[in-house]
Ligand binder design. Structure first.
Ligand SMILES: [Zn+2]
Length: 77
Protein backbone atom coordinates (compact mmCIF):
# COMPACT_ATOMS: atom_id res chain seq x y z
CA UNK A 1 0.00 0.00 0.00
CA UNK A 2 1.22 3.48 -0.88
CA UNK A 3 0.05 7.07 -1.01
CA UNK A 4 -0.71 8.35 -4.50
CA UNK A 5 -0.99 11.83 -6.01
CA UNK A 6 -2.09 13.21 -9.37
CA UNK A 7 -0.38 16.13 -11.08
CA UNK A 8 -2.61 19.22 -11.42
CA UNK A 9 -0.92 20.09 -14.71
CA UNK A 10 -1.17 18.22 -17.99
CA UNK A 11 1.80 16.51 -19.57
CA UNK A 12 2.86 17.16 -23.17
CA UNK A 13 0.55 14.34 -24.31
CA UNK A 14 -2.48 15.84 -22.56
CA UNK A 15 -2.56 13.27 -19.74
CA UNK A 16 -2.34 13.83 -16.00
CA UNK A 17 0.28 11.66 -14.33
CA UNK A 18 -0.32 9.65 -11.17
CA UNK A 19 2.69 9.41 -8.82
CA UNK A 20 3.52 7.20 -5.90
CA UNK A 21 4.79 8.91 -2.74
CA UNK A 22 8.58 9.28 -2.86
CA UNK A 23 8.81 9.63 -6.64
CA UNK A 24 11.60 12.01 -7.64
CA UNK A 25 9.33 13.45 -10.35
CA UNK A 26 6.57 14.35 -7.90
CA UNK A 27 5.07 17.66 -9.11
CA UNK A 28 4.82 20.69 -6.79
CA UNK A 29 1.19 21.20 -7.79
CA UNK A 30 -0.64 17.96 -7.04
CA UNK A 31 -3.85 16.49 -5.62
CA UNK A 32 -3.75 13.80 -2.96
CA UNK A 33 -5.66 10.72 -4.15
CA UNK A 34 -5.42 8.35 -1.21
CA UNK A 35 -3.82 5.18 0.07
CA UNK A 36 -4.09 2.36 -2.48
CA UNK A 37 -3.06 -1.26 -2.95
CA UNK A 38 -1.90 -0.63 -6.51
CA UNK A 39 -1.46 2.15 -9.02
CA UNK A 40 -4.43 0.99 -11.12
CA UNK A 41 -6.83 1.86 -8.29
CA UNK A 42 -5.07 5.21 -7.88
CA UNK A 43 -5.54 5.97 -11.60
CA UNK A 44 -9.27 5.13 -11.31
CA UNK A 45 -9.53 7.65 -8.47
CA UNK A 46 -7.52 10.22 -10.45
CA UNK A 47 -10.06 9.97 -13.31
CA UNK A 48 -12.66 11.49 -10.99
CA UNK A 49 -10.59 14.72 -11.15
CA UNK A 50 -9.11 14.56 -14.65
CA UNK A 51 -10.48 12.59 -17.58
CA UNK A 52 -7.23 11.44 -19.11
CA UNK A 53 -4.81 9.99 -16.56
CA UNK A 54 -1.96 7.58 -16.69
CA UNK A 55 0.79 6.29 -14.44
CA UNK A 56 4.18 7.92 -14.13
CA UNK A 57 6.74 5.79 -15.96
CA UNK A 58 9.39 6.38 -13.27
CA UNK A 59 7.59 5.49 -10.04
CA UNK A 60 5.29 2.82 -11.54
CA UNK A 61 7.95 0.78 -13.31
CA UNK A 62 6.49 -2.52 -12.12
CA UNK A 63 3.14 -1.65 -13.65
CA UNK A 64 4.72 -0.67 -16.97
CA UNK A 65 6.82 -3.85 -16.99
CA UNK A 66 3.70 -5.93 -16.35
CA UNK A 67 1.98 -4.27 -19.33
CA UNK A 68 5.03 -4.86 -21.49
CA UNK A 69 5.18 -8.53 -20.48
CA UNK A 70 1.47 -8.91 -21.14
CA UNK A 71 1.77 -7.45 -24.66
CA UNK A 72 4.81 -9.55 -25.47
CA UNK A 73 3.04 -12.74 -24.37
CA UNK A 74 -0.15 -11.89 -26.19
CA UNK A 75 1.80 -11.43 -29.44
CA UNK A 76 3.38 -14.88 -29.11
CA UNK A 77 0.15 -16.77 -28.51
ZN1 LIG B 1 6.29 9.38 -10.52
Amino acid sequence: MSFYYVNNNRQYDGAYEVHKEGCCFMPMSRTFLGYFDNVEDAVKEARRYHGHCRTCIYCSTEYHQALYTFHRHSKRS
